[in-house]
Design a protein around this ligand. Structure first.
Ligand SMILES: [Mg+2]
Length: 258
């Protein structure tokens, strides 16, 4: 749907919304080097304007919380990293359990790096506080499926107890069981007072965002960010990062960045 029309429809339904937004491929375009996938000035401004217009915003991502803090240095913004295993608005769960999980993730990372040592340049093993992800997006398209399967085998072979595997479009990841983006939406509703009672507008581009869409209630809306139609629990779709920003700008009241 055209982002302007969608925004007008949502604004007519409620004056304030809570925005739960994925980072990669949703607010920031993909980059060959994921560490360079930082939000544009336009994206930061769109989010800042949502916040100043009274709409709470949470960036929820598979990225570590530390990365999100650097990418989104905005006061009043909620952040959930590692698919929600790290939440900026809550203290971490038991410190000793967290330390054991971090050690297990590092052991798995070493095993996966060994198993994939002959992979072509571009395959990227990402170290996360509570997990390991292998990205194949930088590889030539013909090589992606084979190396994604090899990465999945390597992760499965060393998967620690309490972790699970998750496949995205060009990524396979081991992460703590129980951490998913849907849980983040549910915790936001029960958590910070500024979120209570608000309908949620959730946006994401990947399979991992389907957990988020599936957790939405009848007053909420999911927005899939994808160039083409594909099966999704999201009710609406915009064609890319630029269109999503146009949608957000219509709520922030600041007009389009030039
Ligand atoms: Mg994404």
């Amino acid at each position: 749907m055209a982002p302007g029309r969608l925004a007008a429809g949502l604004r007519a339904r409620a004056p304030r919304w809570g925005f739960v937004l994925d980072h990669d491929g949703t607010l920031a375009p993909f980059r060959r080097d994921p560490s360079r996938a930082v939000p544009s000035v336009r994206a930061r401004r769109a989010v800042a304007r949502l916040l100043s217009a009274g709409h709470p915003v949470c960036i929820v991502s598979g990225r570590p919380l530390a990365f999100l803090r650097g990418a989104w240095p905005l006061a009043g913004l909620d952040l959930a990293g590692s698919h929600g295993a790290e939440r900026a608005w809550e203290p971490p769960r038991g410190v000793s359990a967290a330390a054991a999980c971090r050690r297990a993730a590092r052991r798995l990372e070493r095993a996966v790096r060994r198993a994939l040592r002959r992979a072509p340049g571009g395959l990227f093993v990402e170290s996360k506080p509570f997990g390991v992800a292998v990205h194949v997006r930088p590889l030539p398209p013909a090589l992606r499926a084979g190396w994604l399967a090899a990465a999945e085998r390597a992760l499965r072979a060393g998967l620690p107890r309490g972790f699970r595997l998750l496949r995205g479009d060009c990524v396979v990841e081991a992460r703590l069981r129980g951490a998913d983006k849907g849980r983040v939406a549910r915790r936001l509703r029960r958590g910070p007072a500024r979120w209570r009672g608000l309908p949620l507008c959730a946006a994401g581009d990947d399979r991992t965002d389907e957990d988020l869409f599936a957790a939405l209630g009848p007053r909420d809306v999911g927005v899939l960010v994808a160039r083409r139609v594909r099966p999704s629990a999201a009710r609406f779709r915009v064609a890319g990062v630029g269109e999503l920003l146009t949608l957000l700008e219509a709520f922030g009241g600041g007009g389009k960045e030039r």
